[in-house]
Design a protein around this ligand. Structure first.
Ligand code: ADP
Length: 292
């Protein structure tokens, strides 16, 4: 972990104690900033609604970026419904701690952390509200020995509440953090995704692009396409808001099996249309950063 006292970046906000800040708060902020210092780019994966495939997208995007040669961490800040332990088959694994902090778990080259790994049992409920959530997210960032990362992918809970707000405030704005927004194509999801776009605009969080998930289903028996949740709504919205459109991911029952069995789809079916779309989205996200 880098040390603020030996750092030569005079412009860093963590150098000086704020007027309103006591010694303990200042020390906490320095710990957080020095942890974040070694994380180059932070991508918040957001959605307006639950169940649209945000966690699935976050996991597979992270693996795709790692397979493309980047050092990647994946942080699940869904405090009430963490999916990462189940999706990666790590429900019974707990991280080790040392004087340095909590050591993230590792999976397929990724460094992982989720509140789910810190609960005694995966089925335990996290009873937490308001300002406590901010503290929990700060711990997941500051107390974890992330090491040097090119990307930290942050799986946010749906909506525009405490968790994404805390994450944006802690992870920084335009130069270091940006969002990927996941939606499904039907109008009822699109209404909520506009709120996610508005959230990013208000917080000046750049949007890398939009992913339309569950976009059409190709029947494995007759090869005919059915647009179960309609199709094209995400790309139309992306165009309307001048946001890059990163991928259209079809419905594929193998994604459900992959998520439930702890073997992410991109690893179990790398040749599928969904995996190709996710790999392409990861590459576009990387290219987006190169242009900043
Ligand atoms: P969210 O994080 O938005 O709540 P999840 O990623 O947990 O959504 O996905 C919800 C459910 O939908 C999971 O069972 C997941 O396996 C499934 N799912 C996600 N994307 C697809 C897809 N493209 N095809 C089929 N099932 C999917």
């Amino acid at each position: 972990m880098s040390d603020c006292n030996s750092c030569s970046d005079n412009s860093c906000a963590a150098r000086n104690q704020g007027a309103q800040e006591n010694d303990e708060q200042f020390a906490r902020r320095q710990t957080l900033e020095s942890r974040l210092c070694s994380i180059d780019k932070r991508i918040l994966v957001m959605s307006g609604k639950g169940g649209v495939g945000k966690s699935t997208t976050a996991v597979n995007l992270a693996i795709a970026l790692s397979q493309q040669g980047h050092r990647v961490g994946l942080l699940d800040i869904d405090l009430h419904g963490p999916s990462l332990p189940k999706m990666l088959g790590l429900e019974d694994v707990r991280p080790n701690g040392s004087e340095e902090g909590i050591h993230p778990l590792e999976f397929a080259g990724l460094k992982l952390m989720s509140i789910g790994f810190l609960l005694e049992k995966t089925s335990d409920a996290m009873i937490i509200r308001g300002p406590m959530k901010n503290g929990a997210i700060q711990q997941l960032l500051a107390d974890v020995v992330w090491g040097d990362l090119d990307y930290l992918i942050v799986d946010c809970p749906p909506g525009t509440g405490d968790e994404p707000l805390s994450a944006v405030q802690m992870l920084g704005k335009s130069e270091t953090a940006a969002a990927v927004i996941v939606t499904t194509p039907q109008d009822v999801a699109l209404v909520d995704v506009e709120k996610s776009i508005s959230f990013c605009q208000q917080l000046k969080l750049p949007v890398i692009g939009m992913i339309e998930n569950m976009s059409g289903f190709i029947c494995p028996h007759c090869d005919k396409r059915s647009d179960i949740f309609k199709s094209g709504g995400g790309s139309r919205l992306a165009e309307q808001y001048s946001i890059p459109f990163l991928a259209r991911i079809p419905l594929d029952p193998r994604i459900v099996v992959a998520g439930d069995s702890g073997k992410p789809h991109i690893l179990s079916h790398p040749e599928s249309e969904c995996s190709q779309a996710l790999e392409n989205a990861a590459e576009q996200a990387h290219q987006w950063w190169q242009k900043q």
